[in-house]
Design a protein around this ligand. Structure first.
Ligand code: SAH
Ligand code: SF4
Length: 373
């Protein structure tokens, strides 16, 4: 298996066509500077940020603290529409909704909104496609199209917050509570845009959505340089590491980037993150029948994690079209859990929300691409 091209230069745009600039691309200070370059007083940037993040108001005609004749042009310059809904599909009685978005250059990405009794989570994309080439993943099979800008990532989150506030999900109006970077793409391969987005999520009004860092999960395939950099940011977001097997031999094939950073190095970086932030991290493990679900692997994983502050999420494999792999047998999954618990390792089997709408990982965008090709 060939090693995927990894974009190790942080934020080096990959095939980036000029994405229109959006206030979500900038820090609060920069937004004020940008307003000035547009010939506006700096406070206009703060007003627009308030409408965008706090009021979730996308119709500039409702921005009554800005003179009527200026509203549209300010909106066009500071909050251009970066994502356009192509279609939505729902399941679980409407409690799960997957949105397919078209970006300004026609690129397709998707996000999934899931309402639970105690929370609403949105799963967002950080890249169009992914260059990491994990063979079980629909996004990986399509390769990387390009990085998303912070604006394009933030727009998915703000759209989700708006859908919650507007009562678009059954159960009435609610608040978006959790954000997971588990849609398309490898977030740490688009580092700067992702960190800017994390600030947009966490910063209190008027600069951001004011959602707690602990409610945000950044899932990575294990880019050690990215984990180390994120550790230095001092943001207490939850880190999830997609491990999928405790041995390097199999991981080299399931997660090709493992030939660059071995399991030991990935876990050491996650441990350092945990030490700095005090946040327990997650180990993501897609259970694949007869590939990585043997009891000896659970035993090895248990030994690897028993003295670490980590929680294992087991994800029944969602088979991608044409894949020879499938989810583990029930009894093998149960045995895998039992062995891990024997080591005192906290473990959860993830629910399979959105399975019938290809809720995981690039499957809707892949289907749309096939339809339009
Ligand atoms: N690139 C990041 C985040 C996006 S993928 C990462 O790999 O962590 C989000 C999660 O979905 C990862 O844990 C990934 O391994 C998992 N995943 C990908 N394809 C899957 C599939 N077909 N079935 C189950 N989980 C899958
Ligand atoms: Fe990329 Fe994650 Fe899919 Fe691997 S599992 S190809 S890193 S999106």
């Amino acid at each position: 298996m060939s090693i995927p091209e990894v974009n190790l230069v942080f934020d080096e745009p990959v095939q980036r066509k000029k994405v229109p600039k959006h206030l979500a691309d900038y820090s609060p200070q920069e937004r004020r500077e940008v307003a000035k370059t547009l010939g506006l007083p700096a406070f206009r940037a703060t007003q627009v940020a308030t409408h965008y993040f706090s009021h979730l108001a996308d119709d500039p005609q409702t921005w009554t603290d800005i003179p009527a004749e200026m509203r549209q042009s300010i909106a066009d310059q500071l909050t251009p529409k970066l994502i356009e809904l192509v279609r939505s599909v729902t399941c679980d009685d409407g409690m799960t909704r997957k949105d397919l978005w078209k970006l300004h250059d026609g690129t397709l990405v998707e996000s999934v909104l899931m309402r639970y009794t105690d929370r609403v989570t949105v799963c967002i994309s950080s890249q169009a496609g992914c260059g990491m080439g994990c063979p079980f993943c629909a996004t990986g099979q399509a390769g990387l199209t390009r990085n998303l800008s912070a604006g394009e990532i933030t727009e998915q989150i703000v759209a989700a917050a708006r859908a919650c506030a507007n009562g678009e999900l059954p159960g009435g109006p609610t608040r978006l509570s959790n954000i997971v970077f588990m849609g398309m793409g490898e977030p740490l391969a688009n580092y700067n845009a992702v960190v800017r987005t994390l600030h947009n999520i966490i910063d209190p009004a008027p600069d951001g959505l004011g959602i707690s860092a602990r409610s945000v999960t950044v899932s990575t395939v294990g880019l050690v340089n990215g984990i180390e950099k994120l550790t230095e940011e001092g943001l207490s977001v939850t880190l999830a590491v997609s491990l999928h097997t405790p041995d390097d031999e199999l991981r080299d094939t399931l997660v090709p980037i493992n030939s660059r950073w071995k399991i030991k190095e990935v876990l050491a970086a996650a441990d350092a993150y945990e030490k700095k932030t005090g946040r327990r991290y997650s180990i993501e493990y897609a259970l694949i029948r007869d590939i990585n679900d043997q009891s000896w692997r659970s035993d090895l994983l248990g030994r690897l994690l028993k003295n670490r502050n980590a929680h294992v999420n087991l994800i029944p494999l969602n088979p991608t079209p044409g894949s020879k792999w499938t989810a583990s047998r029930r009894e093998d999954e149960a045995e895998f859990v039992r062995i891990l618990e024997g080591y005192g390792v906290p473990v959860t089997v993830r629910d399979t929300r959105g399975r019938e709408i290809d809720g995981a990982c690039g499957q809707l965008a892949a289907a749309e691409k096939t339809r339009t090709d």
